[in-house]
Structure formats: structure tokens, C-alpha cells
Design a protein around this ligand. Structure first.
Ligand SMILES: Cc1cc2nc3c(=O)[nH]c(=O)nc-3n(C[C@H](O)[C@H](O)[C@H](O)COP(=O)(O)OP(=O)(O)OC[C@H]3O[C@@H](n4cnc5c(N)ncnc54)[C@H](O)[C@@H]3O)c2cc1C
Length: 304
């Protein structure tokens, strides 16, 4: 019934039982009931309208670099943004500023590289952050006190009922790893970012500084970036380290010995291992300090 309804409304292919682990940086998780990767926004709107009638869950997936999938079969549709990746750069004649209008799945590393090429500043902080533009906007990804929300000027969304809506700056707000429009029932379809003219040498220098700041992070490993948000006035990594979490392990998931806020898939980890390790670390830190760490990584398909 659900399959028939989905096939009727979607112009894009609908895959059944797709393996999810290869779609995430952490490489954990089972399969999804349905997987759709549309290249047209009309398909996203149709899918959201179908959900209103049929009541199935939709999980929005960008680059999967901040996501932990549950094991087993995840009911509903995993909706990938990777084929929605058109972009348009415009630089004013005076080159005082520039704009990028891009769809959800446009890769964040391309934002950094293209801005540098155009001589536009603003995206240097994102050097080294993987994933898509909308994934970054949804979590207001950032580094060193800067974040993508600083550049965000307009957002186009698909609302829960399938309506396509535009939002201007002032109608949304961003703070540390928070974007006010982010919601599991709202699709970030496209964004407009604003940049300013900057000397290419200064762009290179500042990008290098952001990269150097990553020197203390684990490399060449399977992770989803920082597992927890920093609590006000402190660092989650410092707290986890001080509470003895480095090296903790559940199944194939372990807390990095290099940086305690990175949880790794050291081989054969299940989504449940990562979930239990996050819970264990959070409980240890809370028990020793009274500070309740909030996960930065997103869990998909786990019970509430
Ligand atoms: C090595 C490494 C380093 C990292 N460093 C940083 C860092 O310095 N700073 C930082 O902030 N993060 C960092 N991250 C985390 C991650 O890369 C970022 O959060 C990234 O912006 C997530 O983008 P994504 O496309 O992969 O999102 P996904 O993991 O696919 O999704 C993340 C969340 O966004 C939602 N989402 C995605 N697309 C949409 C959409 N179109 N509409 C609505 N919701 C959507 C998803 O539903 C999910 O809840 C790092 C990750 C890794 C692996």
C-alpha cells in the first residue's frame, strides 16, 4: 500500500532495503525500508504530501557525516539530498561582495574552494568540514567561533505539508550548533549565502589557521566529528577527558585516545554500540560534574 502510494507520487527511483552504513562517515547501521534520491524539488514536495496521508517517517540525509543510523530495518523513507546540488555564484561588478545560491546537497568543501577561487571571504572556517550545505545549515556547523549561519541570507524550505516556502534573514536565527528552522519535518531545499571581498592570500592564510587548529583531532578514522556540543564556557572534549572517557569502548565503537570528543568505529561497530557509548559517556560526565552533555551527532531510526 505504502509502496504503491510512493511509486505513484515519485518520479525518481525508489530503492528498497538499501544498506545505510556506506552512506555515513561512521559506517554503522542497517537498512532502510525505502530510499529516494530525487533530483527535482517537486519529488520532495510530493513525498512530504504523501507522508501527510500515509503517515510514514522521512529521514533527511545529506553527506551522512554527522549521522548515526540504527541497526536492523529503519521504517519509512531515507531521503538523500545528494542529487539536489545545483549552484549559482554571483559576484558584484565592484567585487565588494558575492553570493552563492545553492541547493541542499551542494558539498560544503566546494563552497570553501569556490569562494577562495572567487576571492570571497567568509567560508574559511569550513575548511576541513565534510558534508553538504544543508546538512551544515541544519546544525549550524562551524569552527573557531564562526559558523555557516554567519553567511546565511535566505533559505527555501519544503514544509511538513509539502508547501515550498522562502525565509529571509530575520525570520530565522542561528546560534552555536543551532538553526531555528531545523526540524525533522522540514526540508531545507536551498540557501543563499553572502560573502565579502577578501585578498586570496589572506583567505589561504586563514584557511590554513583553521586547518592547523584541527591538528589535535584524529585522522584517517571513521567518526562523525565531535560527538557532543560544548557546554557553555567549557569544552566537551576536556570534560570527557577529565572524566576518564578516553579509550572507553562498547562493541566496535570507542572513544578516541587522541581527542575524547571523537567516537570512532574501530571496525564492525553497530549503530547500537555508538548509541550506548554516547549514553555511557554522557552519564559518566553527568555523574562526575553535574553537566549534561548534549549530543551533536544525529541519531536516525532509533526509538525516541
Ligand atoms: C572528520 C569530521 C570533521 C568534522 N568537523 C566538524 C566541525 O569542525 N564543525 C562542525 O560543525 N561539524 C563537523 N563535523 C560534522 C559534520 O561534518 C557537519 O555537521 C556537517 O555539516 C553535516 O553535514 P551532512 O550533509 O553530512 O549532514 P548529515 O549527517 O547528512 O545530516 C545531519 C543532520 O542534518 C539534517 N539534514 C541534512 N540535510 C538536510 C536538509 N536538506 N533539510 C533538513 N535537514 C537536513 C539531517 O536530517 C541530520 O539531522 C565533522 C565531521 C567529520 C566526519
Amino acid at each position: 500500500m505504502r509502496k504503491t502510494a510512493l511509486r505513484r507520487v515519485l518520479a525518481c527511483p525508489l530503492e528498497e532495503g538499501k544498506e545505510l552504513a556506506p552512506l555515513s562517515a561512521l559506517g554503522v547501521g542497517g537498512r532502510c525500508e525505502f530510499f529516494a534520491e530525487p533530483s527535482k524539488l517537486a519529488d520532495v514536495a510530493a513525498l512530504f504530501q504523501a507522508r501527510v496521508l500515509e503517515g510514514f517517517p522521512i529521514y533527511i540525509l545529506g553527506g551522512g557525516t554527522n549521522t548515526v543510523f540504527a541497526d536492523g530495518e529503519i521504517e519509512g523513507v531515507v531521503l538523500s539530498t545528494l542529487r539536489l546540488s545545483a549552484c549559482c555564484w554571483s559576484v558584484e561588478g565592484s567585487r565588494l561582495q558575492g553570493e552563492l545560491e545553492a541547493e541542499a546537497g551542494y558539498p560544503l568543501p566546494l563552497v570553501v574552494a569556490a569562494a577562495r577561487k572567487e576571492g570571497l571571504g567568509g567560508a574559511e572556517f569550513a575548511q576541513g568540514i565534510p558534508g553538504t550545505l544543508a546538512g551544515a545549515v541544519a546544525g549550524n556547523a562551524g569552527a573557531g567561533g564562526s559558523s555557516v549561519g554567519d553567511l546565511l541570507d535566505e533559505v527555501t524550505t519544503v514544509e511538513a505539508n509539502g508547501e515550498i516556502r522562502g525565509w529571509r534573514r530575520g525570520e530565522f536565527h542561528c546560534s552555536y550548533r543551532f538553526f531555528s528552522l531545523a526540524s525533522p519535518t522540514r526540508f531545507i531545499a536551498a540557501c543563499k549565502l553572502k560573502f565579502w571581498k577578501k585578498n586570496p592570500k589572506e583567505i589561504q592564510r586563514d584557511e590554513s589557521a583553521f586547518l592547523r587548529a584541527r591538528a589535535g583531532q584524529p585522522r584517517g578514522v571513521r567518526s562523525a566529528g565531535c560527538a557532543f556540543k560544548n557546554p557553555p564556557g567549557d569544552s566537551a572534549g576536556r570534560l570527557l577527558d577529565a572524566c576518564g572517557c578516553k579509550g572507553l569502548r562498547v562493541g566496535g565503537a570507542a572513544v578516541s585516545g587522541v581527542h575524547a570528543n571523537f567516537l570512532l568505529n574501530e571496525g564492525g561497530a553497530a549503530g547500537g554500540d555508538v548509541f550506548r557509548l554516547v549514553t555511557l559517556c554522557r552519564d559518566i560526565v553527568f555523574g562526575k560534574t553535574g553537566i549534561l552533555l548534549e549530543p551533536e551527532i544525529k541519531f536516525m531510526g532509533f526509538p525516541e
